[in-house]
Design a protein around this ligand. Sequence first.
Ligand code: ADP
Ligand code: MG
Length: 214
Amino acid sequence: MLDAAFFHRWMTVAAAWVERDAQHLTALDSPIGDADHGSNMLRGFKAVVSALQEEHPDTPGAVLMLAGRRLVSTVGGASGPLYGTLLRRVGKALGDAATVDRAALAGALHTGVNAVASLGGAAPGDKTMLDALLPAADGLDTSFEAARAAAEQGALATTPLQARKGRASYLGERSIGHQDPGATSSALLIAALAEVAEEADGTDGTGGQGASGE
Ligand code: ADP
Ligand code: MG
């Protein structure tokens, strides 16, 4: 089962990986955006980690709702409200349970991803973060590893697409041939989730039947 510490750890690993990849995310956002995606994500996730350390939310839902609120309040770009909505809605869907299993998280992720789609008005294939998040939610119905692989595939598959939402859409056909920065950071967040699930499987003494719930 996944407790508040698991979700706190997810956000901590995500923040570390955002820091590691910030330059790459910003480089992806230069040809088809305004070269700030890495710095937006870095500012947001640093604030998330500080907030979690200060406030110690004690349920999975409370961890993600706090993280989402912090992203909204610290990230100015399109991605702040979108990721903020994602985490707040996933957290809200998890309710006030002390622990949740992977299936419940998958259900909550579907809810959160749908909220991102209604807020941003994007559909699959529009070359946005949804192209990684939608397959990730479907993958998580099966396993953390399937979610990670599907998000990664989804991010890579944005390269040949023409952007139809966000700043990249202003470029029309010139947006083709570049991987979407938001889909790339979404794949990073899902990879961090899978990493933390794998760690938990190795350490909770259930012989690999812990976090994955399988
Ligand atoms: P900004 O575009 O304001 O500079 P960022 O650079 O931080 O914000 O984030 C850009 C990313 O946000 C894009 O790569 C895309 O994945 C995502 N994005 C932008 N608009 C939308 C939207 N309407 N729906 C979903 N995702 C979007
Ligand atoms: Mg940008």
